[in-house]
Structure formats: structure tokens, C-alpha cells
Design a protein around this ligand. Structure first.
Ligand code: PLP
Length: 407
């Protein structure tokens, strides 16, 4: 059978139920790591026979590899809507990209952020001013903006990894820019589901991860304005980051451009795989993919009406636009135990816990179940999906969840 670029590899993975019966594994944990698609696997397979060092050799392998790496950068730049004033830097993942940027901010920068963020976008920032992830975020930001002195940034997630809800990035960005505040978007959960573009989002910087974008080969991206990045100390000191090194300690000239922050040998297969997915998504009918995902979301929420023991949590309310992620409070049940049973007894993979967003999950579980959420105290159960997900996956999840909660 010929595969197309966005077909999921391993879509028919079978697992055995306790009865010994084999069933198709239902993967509903895309928000943690999405499966690999054909485009990414094919790009890596195509690269490997030519694979060599990037930026470091004269031989044909090295030249082909350098070319492949820089072409990947161009493709990713286009995918992220980066312009001539921007750099596209390959990193390990979103966490790495945000840490890199946090260290590149000018001295004395203030960081505005909401406490609904994933820890990767909560912890790295200097002088953080945390705003509550409840009520109207635009009003909360408006109240926080006056009186800022020196450089300031707002860092905001595009889509919540807990509830899937979209944050009003454009509105927040316009308001921040009106006060001279630069805007950073954590697009780890947005990029797999929606078009991302620095210009359309109104962002100065964007970060995302290959492993959440169907390219599980370990590359991430930071794209955005070059000036602060070129002025900052390199993120990783070493080869590539240095243009020349003298005989005395401290006698060195740093590279400019992406190389300044990509010290060491880069992850070429990761970059090439990620670029292949970016190309495949750019060529796909994104509206059709979006409709399919929204249909699955509606089916899931409709199905969950028959499971009142599970309470969907939300930051902004049920009508907020969202990507294919739903988190459930399970009053009186331990979400970790429920997830374990879904895996072992029903062949369904979901995630339980606080999803590296502890402040938000504490707040959401508190309001959903008035302080009682099973033995784990504050955890949720999360189902998330994307390319290759099917209506039958959603139906199996709903049926299995009801069975587990009632037995
Ligand atoms: N930001 C968000 C919204 C996430 O969901 C995640 C991962 O779950 C991250 C950042 C961190 O991504 P990574 O683990 O790829 O660095």
C-alpha cells in the first residue's frame, strides 16, 4: 500500500487485552508526543545514505548534509512565517528554545506571563510577573502593562496543553506591542493543529517541538527577531558558536546568525524530518484536517455526556476554540489508576497527572471538584489526538472510561 506524507506510521499497532485478544492500540496522548508520519520517516531514510557532518567538512557527505540542514532551516522559516529580520534556530525542543531565548534577553528584562503556562514557559524567565489564568486575560494584561521600565516581554502559550483552549494571542500581542513589549509564543501545542505564523500571531518569537509535530527525531525550533539573539552570549559555548579563538582566555569572537546559538554538531535528521512535516502540512488541506479534528472533539464531548463521573475542565469556558485536547477531573477516582487500567484492560493510551502545568491544574481541579480529586489529589486525565485519529478511537475511549469508572 502506498503511504501518503501525513499517514501515521504504526497506526495499526496491536496490543493484547488481559483476555489475550489482540486489539488496535488507541493512541490518545498526542499532546505528549505525536506519532511519526511518513514524510518524516521517509526524509530521514533518504538522508541517511548521504549523512555526514554539518558545516564541518569538504567531502560530498558533509556538503550534502550542510545543504540539507540549511534547506530545512528555510522550510521551517517559511512554516513559522519568519522574515528577513528573524533567525530560525534549531534546538532540542520547546523547553530548550525557550531557555535559549530567556538567556538572550537584555539585562533587566521583565517577563509578563500567565500562570496557565507549561513549566517550560513558566520557569526559565527572568523577573517574572505572573498573571492569573482566569477571568479575561486581556484585561489582566492591560492592568499589568503601565509602569513597566526597561525591556519587557510577554510570553504566552498558543494552545493550552491541559485544556487545548486557544489563548487570544493576537489580541494580547497587539496590546503588548502598544506598550513596547515583545511577544513570545509557545506554540508546542498550537503548531500540530493550526497554521502558525509570526506575523499572523503578531509575535516576535515562536517556539515549537518536532516530536509534537509528527517528527520524533529530537529537533525543536526558536524563530524570531535577530537583534537580541545576535547581541546575546551564545547559548552553548563551543565549535560553531565561535568565529575565531585566540591564545588568551576570553580572546574569542562569537559567530552571528543561528550558528551563535547552535554550538556543537547539530541534529541533522531532526531538522530534516521536521522540515519534511512542515512541507507536508503546507501542502495539505489544513481546513479539512481541522474539520476532522473538530468533529472528533465534538464526538468526544458528546460521548462524555454519558459519563457524568468525568468533568471536563476549562480555563475560558466550554465555547472557547480549542485543539484536540480534553482534560477530565474524575471526582473520587485516581486519574493515574484510571489511565493505567485504560492502558492494560482496554489498549488505550492517555495521560494522567498535572502535565507539567501544576499551577493551572491545581486551579482547574479545585474549581471542578471542590478540592477532591481522587487519591492523587490534584490530577486530571487527558485525551489528545491529531493526524490519523479516528471516530472509533473516541468511541472506544468513552466506552472504556465509563466501564473503568463504574467497576
Ligand atoms: N509548552 C507546552 C505548551 C507543552 O505542552 C510542552 C510539552 O508538553 C512544552 C512546552 C515543552 O515541550 P518539550 O517537552 O518538547 O520541550
Amino acid at each position: 500500500m502506498t503511504m501518503s506524507a501525513l499517514d501515521v506510521i504504526g497506526d495499526d499497532l496491536k496490543v493484547a487485552l488481559p483476555t489475550g485478544e489482540p486489539v488496535r492500540f488507541v493512541h490518545l496522548d498526542y499532546a505528549a508526543s505525536a506519532p511519526c508520519v511518513e514524510a518524516a520517516a521517509a526524509a530521514v531514510a533518504d538522508l541517511l545514505p548521504r549523512y555526514g557532518s554539518v558545516h564541518r567538512g569538504a567531502g560530498v557527505r558533509s556538503q550534502a548534509s550542510t545543504l540539507a540542514y540549511e534547506l530545512a532551516r528555510d522550510v521551517v522559516a517559511e512554516f513559522a512565517g519568519a522574515g528577513p529580520e528573524d533567525h530560525v534556530i534549531f534546538t532540542r525542543n520547546t523547553t530548550d528554545a525557550l531557555n535559549l531565548l530567556a538567556r538572550a534577553l537584555p539585562a533587566g528584562t521583565t517577563t509578563l506571563l500567565f500562570d496557565g503556562e507549561h513549566h517550560a514557559n513558566l520557569l526559565p524567565w527572568p523577573n517574572p510577573r505572573r498573571l492569573p489564568a482566569e477571568g479575561d486575560p486581556v484585561e489582566a494584561l492591560r492592568a499589568a502593562l503601565p509602569g513597566l521600565t526597561g525591556p519587557a516581554v510577554l510570553t504566552i502559550t498558543g494552545a493550552s496543553n491541559v485544556t487545548g483552549e486557544l489563548w487570544p494571542v493576537r489580541e494580547l500581542a497587539d496590546l503588548a506591542h502598544a506598550h513596547g513589549v515583545r511577544v513570545i509564543v509557545d506554540a508546542a501545542q498550537l503548531a500540530p493543529h493550526r497554521r502558525i505564523s509570526l506575523t499572523e500571531l503578531g509575535a516576535d518569537y515562536i517556539a515549537f517541538s518536532g516530536h509534537k509535530l509528527y517528527a520524533p527525531f529530537g529537533a525543536g525550533v526558536l524563530a524570531g527577531r535577530a537583534d537580541w539573539l545576535d547581541a546575546a552570549e551564545p547559548y552553548l559555548l563551543g565549535g560553531g558558536a565561535s568565529a575565531s579563538v585566540g591564545d588568551l582566555p576570553g580572546d574569542r569572537v562569537w559567530s552571528t546568525g543561528p550558528a551563535r546559538h547552535e554550538g556543537g554538531t547539530p541534529n541533522l535528521p531532526g531538522a530534516v524530518a521536521l522540515a519534511a512535516v512542515c512541507t507536508a502540512l503546507a501542502e495539505a488541506d489544513r481546513d479539512a484536517l481541522h474539520r476532522h479534528e473538530q468533529d472528533l472533539l465534538a464526538r468526544l464531548r458528546e460521548g462524555l455526556r454519558s459519563v457524568p463521573e468525568a468533568v471536563e475542565v476549562s480555563i475560558f469556558g466550554p465555547d472557547q476554540p480549542r485543539v484536540g485536547i480534553v482534560s477530565l477531573a474524575l471526582p473520587g477516582h485516581d486519574p493515574a489508576l484510571v489511565a493505567d487500567r485504560l492502558g492494560k484492560e482496554h489498549g488505550i493510551g492517555v495521560r494522567a497527572g498535572q502535565f507539567c502545568a501544576h499551577p493551572l491544574v491545581r486551579r482547574l481541579t479545585g474549581s471542578a471538584v471542590a478540592g477532591s480529586c481522587g487519591t492523587s489529589g490534584t490530577g486530571l486525565l487527558r485525551a489528545s489526538f491529531g493526524l490519523g485519529s479516528r471516530a472509533e478511537d473516541v468511541d472506544r475511549f468513552v466506552t472504556a472510561l465509563a466501564a473503568v469508572l463504574r467497576s
